[in-house]
Write a protein that binds this ligand. Structure first.
Ligand SMILES: CC(C)(COP(=O)(O)OP(=O)(O)OC[C@H]1O[C@@H](n2cnc3c(N)ncnc32)[C@H](O)[C@@H]1OP(=O)(O)O)[C@@H](O)C(=O)NCCC(=O)NCCS
Length: 174
């Protein structure tokens, strides 16, 4: 009898400062891939290992693992003064730097990461997820499928680039 291969053990957890370089490697791979389909996502300056280690120390780095291998990443932050300067700190969890290794693309990691962010927000009594992204139809559609709505039309220009701001209300947090 041929046994089916057991599905890999999937997990999502906070990343440590020692895992910052791994996180940056996933982001660099994803950005390089995106450059071939629609344009770069992050510059090298935005992928600084020291900055990600500091984020991990603040508890903001989140990794998705297939078995022992990190394959997905996001940052969860409680304020975003660049894209959401008018919002009070702590009024939302801000999702940044979402990426997956191409070998696990289209396998539900975005849903898993956003579910994790949602649970984390609810556990902290926070009522919204917010994120910014480039005004690309596939990115917009992807987040709208996950319950986010676009807030400003046309998208505001931040640092010379148009950026879509999207928000997902989480309902009652009690
Ligand atoms: C965003 C991401 C985490 C979603 O992962 P996923 O749910 O596994 O989905 P996929 O990678 O299969 O992408 C879904 C679709 O969006 C498209 N897409 C993904 N990132 C894109 C980008 N930066 N620009 C334009 N299109 C993009 C894919 O080409 C794919 O299109 P298809 O359905 O026609 O094949 C992953 O695509 C990724 O790492 N992208 C690069 C980094 C990125 O853009 N992050 C989001 C910044 S806001």
């Amino acid at each position: 009898m041929v046994l089916a291969t057991a599905p890999p053990d999937l997990a999502i957890r906070r990343g440590t400062p020692a895992e910052a370089a791994l996180a940056v490697d996933i982001l660099a791979e994803a950005s390089a891939w995106a450059a071939t389909v629609a344009g770069e996502v992050w510059t090298a300056a935005e992928l600084d290992v020291g900055a990600f280690a500091a984020a991990a120390t603040r508890g903001e780095l989140v990794l998705g693992l297939a078995g022992a291998r990190p394959v997905a990443i996001m940052l969860l932050q409680t304020e975003d003064r660049l894209y959401w300067p008018e919002m009070a700190p702590g009024s939302a969890l801000y999702v940044h730097k979402v990426a997956v290794r191409r070998e696990v693309a289209a396998r539900g990691w975005l849903t898993r990461l956003l579910d994790y962010a949602q649970r984390d927000a609810r556990d902290r009594g926070i009522g919204f997820l917010r994120l910014d992204t480039m005004p690309r139809p596939k990115l917009r559609a992807m987040y709208e499928r996950h319950g986010f709505r676009v807030l400003d039309e046309p998208p505001p220009i931040v640092n010379g680039r148009p950026m879509l701001r999207l928000e997902k209300p989480l309902g009652r947090t009690a």
